[in-house]
Design a protein around this ligand. Structure first.
Ligand SMILES: NC(=O)c1ccc[n+]([C@@H]2O[C@H](COP(=O)([O-])OP(=O)(O)OC[C@H]3O[C@@H](n4cnc5c(N)ncnc54)[C@H](O)[C@@H]3O)[C@@H](O)[C@H]2O)c1
Ligand SMILES: O=CCCC(=O)O
Length: 483
């Protein structure tokens, strides 16, 4: 499918209660191409009234969907997995168009995102309860799982597909209905996903997709509506905090997948070539715009120069360009604001004394491009060691002892992912246990796996997605006491 054909066939209306409709007053908002800054297309701009109608539909469909046989729910997801996989090229091109990343990254996301539907189609039929006797012999304890009810999912732009399927998959498998508000920068992928689910036989009302340019105004009243039972959010910690406060007042179940500041530790006993390859993956997957991205490299001083030289050589080979160009390995950033953030953090590190080994200057011309950049000897006063850069910048700092490495790794409010390279199993276990994060990669630069529980601690969030844990977020546990 070529670019214009993709844009011509992608739905741009709201998917509201299973119908494709224009927004109230036919309102629309533009979606931009990060490679040029130009408008790609206009998309229906949901209003609070549209969102209220979507919630009406989710409530109306809720009981029947919850009572639908788990096998049937699973089969809808399985059919959607097959359709998504069959349309992988369309999805990949669309994601590259609206989000910017290089096509191989988009293809990888389609595979990853589709897997959540396959995984949760299989989990739908493994919903377990418990039957036991009270210790005092005074009765029986029956524990069962019931769907939470109507959920609101708010998703980010960096993985426009996978961050949706990782929520929609378990919600539908558990028997919940869901409203999805995609990021305003990348609504098209989610709308195409809604079409796939519709074609896969999802009953009307079970899912709505509400692109909007007024995220707070549209989701605020939903969070105040007692019929909504859960908020699942993926995005920045600042927005997550504000939403969690609001959700807390309404006593909503919440899942919060927030920002990260992943440390990547390289010990003096590491296989350095493997560590460099792992560093490339941990840094440049998704163009550096991943919550799991290695944000800072803490490297044993005895091997630091060799590591930095090898990393710089390999990062220099990344080719910056429009994501749709087959020669491109590094696409543009999402928008001008993100380009400014990366530019500011690199400038601040250099001003604080870091050595610039590669990149460090955005090219002139249209689009939101920033090159692969390596900073060495970054001092602890540099903001880049504590703030999420969300771009193709590797910031390296040295350490001398294991304790120093652990202290540096934990010197952050975040706690999502962490990585380490070492040949010592003892050290791997010791350091993994000491690091304050929800996920640790040992001699691996990519940890995301549909079958593993994904999520963070501290300011990186609450709850887990994927794995057998992911569906639990969409259940209430009910205890029934029997004589
Ligand atoms: N932990 C994870 O699994 C994970 C995954 C992907 C991205 N992220 C994080 O997401 C961030 C990047 O994504 P982003 O820039 O889209 O984040 P963001 O917080 O700006 O936006 C996320 C979503 O929230 C919406 N939103 C913004 N303000 C809102 C408000 N007041 N009320 C309701 N909704 C609102 C946005 O429209 C978008 O849909 C990074 O910090 C990244 O680490 C985390
Ligand atoms: O951006 C964060 C999500 C990344 C992932 O699921 O691998």
């Amino acid at each position: 499918m070529d670019t214009s054909e993709t844009l011509r066939t992608v739905p741009t209306d709201l998917f509201l209660g299973g119908e494709w409709v224009a927004a109230e007053n036919n309102a629309t908002f533009p979606v931009h191409d990060p490679a040029t800054g130009e408008i790609l297309t206009e998309v229906a701009d949901a209003s609070p009234a549209d969102a209220a109608r979507a919630l009406d539909a989710a409530v109306a469909a809720g009981a029947e969907w919850a009572a639908t046989a788990p096998r049937e729910r699973g089969e809808v997801l399985r059919a959607a997995f097959e359709a998504l996989t069959a349309r992988a090229d369309d999805f990949a091109l669309l994601m590259t168009l609206e989000m910017g990343k290089a096509l191989p990254e988009s293809r990888a996301e389609v595979r990853y995102g589709a897997e959540f539907f396959r995984w949760f189609s299989e989990e739908a039929v493994r919903i377990a309860g418990r039957y036991t006797h009270s210790p005092a012999g005074s009765g029986r304890i029956v524990v069962t799982k019931q769907p939470v009810g109507p959920c609101l999912a708010i998703t980010p732009w960096n993985f426009p597909l996978a961050m949706g399927t990782r929520k929609i998959g378990p919600a539908l498998a558990a028997g919940c209905t869901m409203l999805v508000k995609p990021a305003s920068a990348t609504p098209l992928t989610m709308l195409l996903l809604a079409r796939v689910l519709e074609d896969a036989g999802l009953p009307k009302g079970v899912l709505s997709v509400l692109p909007t340019s007024r995220a707070g105004a549209v989701t605020g009243p939903l969070l105040d509506d007692p019929r909504l039972r859960k908020l699942t959010f993926t995005g920045s910690t600042s927005v997550g905090r504000a939403l969690a406060e609001k959700a807390g007042r309404a006593m909503l179940r919440t899942s919060m997948e927030l920002g990260g500041n992943a440390p990547f530790l390289v010990f003096d006993d590491a296989d350095l070539d493997a560590a460099v390859d792992g560093a490339l993956a941990a840094k440049l997957r998704n163009g550096g715009e991943a919550c799991t991205a290695a944000n800072r490299f803490h490297v044993a001083n005895s091997v630091r120069e060799e590591f930095v030289a090898k990393l710089t050589e390999k990062m220099a080979a990344y080719r910056l360009g429009p994501g749709t160009d087959p020669a491109t390995t590094l696409g543009p950033l999402i928008d001008a604001g993100q380009k400014d953030t990366v530019t500011t953090l690199v400038g601040d590190a250099v001003a604080n004394g870091a050595q610039l080994r590669l990149g460090g200057k955005a090219p002139d011309g249209p689009g939101w491009f920033y090159p692969a950049t390596v900073l060495d000897d970054v001092p602890s006063s540099a903001r880049i060691l504590t703030e999420e850069v969300f771009g193709p910048v590797a910031a390296v700092a040295g350490f001398d002892t294991e304790d120093e490495a652990i202290a540096a790794a934990n010197a952050t409010e975040y706690g999502l992912a962490a990585y380490m390279y070492t040949r010592s199993l003892d050290r791997a276990l010791r350091v993994s246990e000491a690091i304050e994060s929800g996920m640790v990669g040992v001699n691996r630069g990519v940890i995301s796996d549909v079958a593993a529980p994904f999520g963070g601690i501290k300011a990186s969030g609450i709850g887990r997605e994927g794995g057998s844990e992911g569906i639990e977020e969409y259940f209430e546990t009910k205890y029934i006491a029997f004589e």
